[in-house]
Design a protein around this ligand. Sequence first.
Ligand SMILES: Cc1cc2nc3c(=O)[nH]c(=O)nc-3n(C[C@H](O)[C@H](O)[C@H](O)COP(=O)(O)O)c2cc1C
Length: 365
Amino acid sequence: MSTLLQTLGIGLPIIQAPMAGVSTPAMAAAVSNAGGLGSIGVGPVGAESARGMIATVRAATDRPFNVNVFCNHPAVVDQSREAAWLARLAPVFRQLGAEPPARLTEIYRSFVEDDAMLAVLLEERPRVVSFHFGLPPAERIAALRDAGIVLLATATNLEEARSIATAGVDAVVAQGFEAGGHRGVFDPEAHDDHLGTIALTRLLVRRLEIPVIAAGGIMDGAGIAACLLLGAGAAQLGTAFIACPESAADENYRAALLGDASGHTVITTAISGRPARCLANRFTALGDEAGRGAVPAYPIAYDAAKALSAAAKAAGETGYGAHWAGQGAPLARSLRAATLVAELQSEMEQALSRRRVYTTSGESP
Ligand SMILES: Cc1cc2nc3c(=O)[nH]c(=O)nc-3n(C[C@H](O)[C@H](O)[C@H](O)COP(=O)(O)O)c2cc1C
């Protein structure tokens, strides 16, 4: 068993990605019970809700699992941009028979300043905690490490990955451009090279001393096997789990993912204020028209998006949902999470054994 799997306390190199609002404690427990690493995303919820979610996972499994927090820079309020964005969205709200919110707020508290969340993590001590959108201050990393918690963090390029390794995080999640949901970029205003999963995984495996977990566009066991051959210690899959019955995705989201819409994903900032990969829909088209400068900061923009999605859903319009998905979306399956993990394992083993076809001596190429 690899060092990474020993550190994480799991038998399979399969991590179910934390997906705030989509993954659930039931999903995390099912994946962990099946031998992978289940994850819950507590980025958008308060400390006490996070404590409740951790308890729910623990009631269903005694295996290790991961708790994911957001480490974005707290939002800078720009009232004129927010008012202009609401004015732009107002006709869409009215077409749906609703009124836009009067003002927008920063709906999530970043872990970088959330003392209550840190206290819950230190008290509850999940085996693994992972960071998205950057890193927390060094004291928070030290406190979590001192509590014996294994730490992971997302990187989208070598520079972010190096800062993760230097900060004392145990392993890096190499998130390629194919990935569904929010890009883990540290600074959403900085240049983004849009590195794909193969290039990024290889780059980080060759340049870093810490283990690499590949993420982005991995939908089946052949994809996981490919990542292992690239030198990754495990693969992290998000979109592959969205259609599981344990997911919190609503009917419209599942229908889009399992229908023709799955063939078209785009990166948009219009929904939350940060770049994220979504199934192309009316909301992403609206974002394309508006241009990036028009959208308020993360997560202030998300406040408007949640109101618009709710108004659209109430009016029977499905085109304004935050239907996050990666480029592998057409390969999504609606299996129970435990069944999906078993399928992924068997496909991975088949793919790894097929690899011998390409060697003449039977030895590794
Ligand atoms: C619906 C959805 C929600 C996500 N939410 C989070 C999150 O809360 N925290 C996080 O670290 N990553 C989140 N991600 C990104 C995943 O960790 C991972 O990078 C991505 O799912 C990998 O690409 P794939 O979806 O093609 O498998 C999310 C992804 C999706 C699809």
